[in-house]
Ligand binder design. Structure first.
Ligand code: LMR
Length: 398
């Protein structure tokens, strides 16, 4: 019966993370998956989350509505767009609670596939590996547009813009709002404005993935592109996630917001998003949404959460500087400065596949095959080990 089922080669991120857990070496370092670990190498439970969770009344566990919990959906919208955004006031944003950011991408992909069956999808080169899997499985042809410049560790903005400017009307353009995964290279605000001009003129459909809000230049600045796209009246899909900024990975807390031309369209879109949820997994889970809604709706908890998030970012910045300094004698030019210049949880190290394999096999240091390093996994105890391991691998000439 199952002879034609081929073996799963594994996921480039999740399987590597699982392999790390099985690695018996005690000096191993996990810089593979996009998880923020604290100074002690633990996944933190944020105080705001702990306090909100402690105050939850344990009671009945009903199904949530297909679109999710109202207070949570309102929290998503006000964090993503800003509480006073005109698109919100006009009721032209349809928001559903989703199973993390991946769930938002899948629900959005199913919706687009159904209503725009001829559209193709365009991802940055490179992009988060799962973007391609999600959109291909939803039935799309997936293409790429130029993005990362390996020679400079920066952005090929002009080439990117020209390529997007040549896409057929109605193409879906997947964009990263901030802290680009895997490269850590973002557009600045002037570049976003130029890109939004092109999206508007060419009548393209932006699908913005915002999984790292708060890890770049701050909660509001990181949402610049999303808010500007909505302000200028472009239809758009926004996937957001609280996995990282609330440290709630396993609770699967995310949201999908569709910016529409008016409230009537938003109501119809919301209904069809509910239908997409129903046909995927019926309705979203309760617990994580209760926590996020409680934090975002309480001024005191929200302030505490923002302070904790800011201190996580400061620790990442310090680790970026420390690894940069540790590699100063071994790596030169852009290959070195990218450790401090790239933003968010990731640095695209430029290490080759054989170098990545040597780092893992000989030194117990795990980064992705693409060379992506999660700098949020560095701490004072392991950063020296990592710098020495990279230096040794580079010296070995692998
Ligand atoms: C990552 O990119 O490592 C994270 O977003 C985790 C994942 O699901 O891939």
């Amino acid at each position: 019966m199952f002879e034609h089922v081929d073996a799963y080669p594994g996921d480039p991120i999740l399987t590597l993370n699982e392999n790390f857990q099985k690695d018996p070496r005690s000096r191993k370092v996990n810089l593979s998956i996009g998880i923020y670990f604290d100074a002690d190498g633990q996944i933190p439970v944020m105080h705001a989350v702990r306090d909100a969770e402690a105050a939850l009344k344990i009671g009945a566990k009903p199904y949530l509505p297909m679109v999710g919990m109202d207070a949570y959906r309102d929290g998503v919208q006000s964090l993503v767009f800003g509480a006073d955004h005109p698109a919100r006031a006009a009721g032209r944003i349809a928001t559903v609670q989703t199973l993390g950011g991946s769930g938002a991408l899948k629900v959005g992909a199913d919706f687009i596939r159904r209503y725009f069956p001829n559209a193709q999808v365009w991802l940055s080169d490179p992009s988060w590996e799962n973007h391609r899997f999600i959109f291909e499985r939803a039935g799309f042809t997936v293409n790429t547009y130029p993005y990362y410049d390996a020679a400079t560790g920066g952005l090929k903005f002009d080439v990117m813009l020209a390529s997007i400017d040549a896409l057929p009307k109605g193409s879906v353009v997947l964009l990263h709002a901030c802290c680009h995964n895997p490269t850590g290279v973002d557009l600045d605000e002037a570049q976003w404005q130029k890109l939004i001009d092109v999206l508007e003129t060419r009548e393209l459909l932006p699908f913005v993935d915002m999984a790292y809000q708060g890890f770049g230049a701050g909660l509001d600045s990181d949402a610049f592109a999303v808010r500007e796209i909505a302000r200028r009246g472009l239809p758009a899909f926004i996937a957001n996630s609280f996995s990282k900024n609330f440290s709630l990975y396993g609770e699967r807390v995310g949201g999908l917001s569709v910016v529409c031309e008016d409230a009537d369209a938003a109501a119809r879109v919301l209904g069809q998003l509910a239908s997409a949820v129903r046909s995927n997994y019926s309705s979203p889970p309760l617990h994580g949404a209760q926590i996020v809604a409680a934090v975002l709706s309480s001024p005191a908890l929200r302030r505490q959460w923002e302070e904790e998030l800011a201190s996580m970012c400061r620790r990442i910045a310090r680790m970026r500087q420390t690894i940069h300094d540790g590699l100063r004698d071994h790596v030169q030019g852009e290959a070195l400065t990218r450790y401090v210049k790239q933003r968010g949880m990731f640095t695209y190290t430029g290490l080759t596949e054989p170098q990545v394999a040597a780092l893992r096999d000989e030194h117990g240091v795990y980064v992705l095959r693409s060379g992506r390093m999660c700098v949020a996994g560095l701490n004072d105890s392991n950063v020296g080990i990592v710098a020495d391991a990279i230096a040794a691998v580079l010296k070995s000439g692998v």
